[in-house]
Design a protein around this ligand. Structure first.
Ligand code: HEC
Length: 148
């Protein structure tokens, strides 16, 4: 091809050199400005740093979070920190208010069985069948409870 060259050879050289300088500068600026804020910079393998690490910079969020359900949810389970009742007391109280609730009866029957309170398990299972005589699952549970 012998088409007309719009830029003379020497000017073209300078033009390419200028482009290279601009590209190099741009790359350097991009590298410097892309650095993450301190505290977020990853160093080695990720580890759990805990909320205290974040508090100095995120004071408002830390204040809102402290003492919240999310804060407590991350706590270590102990006599003091666990507020739930896992002895079935809440279920029994609810059952007294809603004696015909099928799901409650299923839960009480199985919890009683798992706790080794066979007599209560049988009573709840019998109540369950009385509430839902059409329910084959209820009858199966009652049979299971009356077994050895
Ligand atoms: C040294 C100060 C500093 C520390 C320590 C710090 N952050 Fe940040 N964080 C910032 C700054 C500044 C921003 C906003 C700038 C940005 O988005 O890059 C930010 C932004 C955030 C955002 C994004 C918020 C949004 O609205 O998009 C989250 C999420 C966050 N940080 C969580 C954390 C957590 C979790 C920790 C602790 C493990 C932590 N930060 C520790 C300074 C910090």
């Amino acid at each position: 091809m012998s088409g007309r060259n719009p830029v003379p050879a020497t000017r073209r050289g300078r033009y390419i050199l200028a482009l290279l300088v601009v590209a190099a500068l741009g790359g350097a600026i991009a590298l410097v400005s892309h650095r993450r804020p301190q505290g977020h910079a990853p160093s080695g393998a990720p580890t759990f740093v805990g909320g205290k690490t974040c508090a100095p910079c995120h004071t408002e969020e830390t204040h809102l979070w402290a003492g919240s359900h999310h804060d407590h949810a991350m706590g270590v389970a102990s006599e003091q920190s666990v507020v739930g009742d896992f002895n079935g007391e809440v279920l029994r109280a609810t059952h007294e208010r809603h004696p015909g609730d099928r799901d409650l009866l299923v839960a009480l029957a199985t919890i009683s069985r798992d706790s080794g309170i066979q007599q209560a398990a049988q009573q709840y299972a019998a109540a369950l069948v009385a509430v839902a005589p059409w329910d084959s699952e209820a009858r199966r549970l009652q049979q299971e409870m009356s077994g050895p």
